[in-house]
Design a protein around this ligand. Structure first.
Ligand code: TYD
Length: 136
């Protein structure tokens, strides 16, 4: 998989004068079954997150409040995304280095993940990431 697989997916949006509703079904609106959901919130100004890759994990990242930037890197190419819509999700394939910053005040980053938490799936050293990319 490369960075070309990482893309913004448009999620269903039920517009209503009482407020909008978006829903996500594993294996239907996103290309994996959901095993875990987590969120980043109460993020102080100037903070950054991420700076790692996953060997097997598929993820969908959504700004469910506010906005932030995500920089993706497959070892050869980098792409930057600005997430600021609750009906758009950024699909992140395995073996993609990610870095998140520029969080607005009140931003919430909601992440759907294909596996439960497993620290051994993380690559936290960029040079190890590059050597694993090359050996694939
Ligand atoms: P990490 O994934 O490094 O955070 P981020 O990429 O958003 O900066 O996780 C931070 C800490 O939280 C780390 O000690 C692992 C722990 N953690 C869990 O226990 N379960 C989880 O589902 C996640 C995502 C993290």
């Amino acid at each position: 998989m490369t960075i070309a697989d990482c893309r913004i997916l448009q999620l269903p949006k039920i517009s209503d004068v009482r407020g909008n509703l978006t829903f996500i079904e594993g294996g239907n609106h996103i290309p994996f079954d959901i095993a875990r959901v987590y969120f980043l919130y109460d993020i102080p100004g100037g903070a950054d997150r991420g700076s790692h890759a996953h060997r097997k994990l598929h993820q969908l990242m959504i700004s469910t409040s506010g906005s932030f930037d995500v920089i993706l890197d497959d070892g050869m190419e980098k792409k930057q995304f600005h997430l600021n819509r609750s009906f758009q999700g950024l699909y992140i394939s395995p073996m993609t280095w990610r870095y998140l910053d520029n969080f607005s005040s009140g931003a919430v980053c909601t992440v759907l993940a294909s596996e439960v938490y497993d620290e051994s799936d993380y690559i936290r050293d960029y040079n190890v990431f590059l050597s694993e990319v090359e050996s694939r």
